[in-house]
Unconditional design. Structure first.
Length: 167
């Protein structure tokens, strides 16, 4: 049984493994935007398309509400917002008018700054990647959401996706 991390023969970052029986996580090292819910760094918000026909909405509604909390500092689902700032959205399912309208509804019709919508649409296109990179460099958002990730990167369904070539 291994008692430390296995290191591969090639010094490639991201390869190797840890034995979960001998590794003790350090949760105090996690930096949060929303306490215990949204860590700083990289992550995914995943779910079935269109909230499985939920009358309350799906991922886009959830993300917009989370963005409102990140911008205003108001709690999200009962959790404290530990860092406020601007957010950047890439959303190809909803038009710009709809996205702005839906966000302003959350703001009781007020024009609250900090909710940015990228003009990037297809992240498998080099031009759109440049747009998104420029947007991130200019806005410096603390949260960026790409919705839906699969179609934004050029896939139509998981079997046709270039994200994971083995599928």
């Amino acid at each position: 049984m291994f008692d430390k991390a296995f290191e591969p023969p090639l010094p490639l970052p991201g390869f190797g493994y840890y034995d979960s029986a001998t590794y003790d996580p350090k949760p105090e090292d996690t930096k949060w935007i929303i306490e215990g819910l949204l860590p700083k760094g990289f992550g995914f918000i995943a779910g079935l398309p269109k909230g499985s026909n939920s009358p309350h909405g799906g991922k886009s509604v959830y993300v917009r509400q989370m963005c409102y909390s990140i911008i205003t500092g108001k709690p999200f689902l009962g959790r404290k917002v530990l860092q406020t700032g601007s957010v950047l959205i890439v959303n190809i399912d909803e038009g710009i008018d709809d996205q702005v309208t839906y966000f302003r509804r959350l703001c009781d019709g007020n024009k609250i700054p900090g909710f940015f919508i990228s003009k990037a649409r297809c992240l498998s296109m080099p031009e759109d990647l440049k747009i998104l990179k420029r947007d991130i460099e200019e806005i410096k958002p603390i949260f960026c959401n790409i919705d839906p990730l699969l179609r934004t990167t050029g896939g139509k369904d998981i079997q046709q996706s270039k994200i994971h070539p083995r599928l």
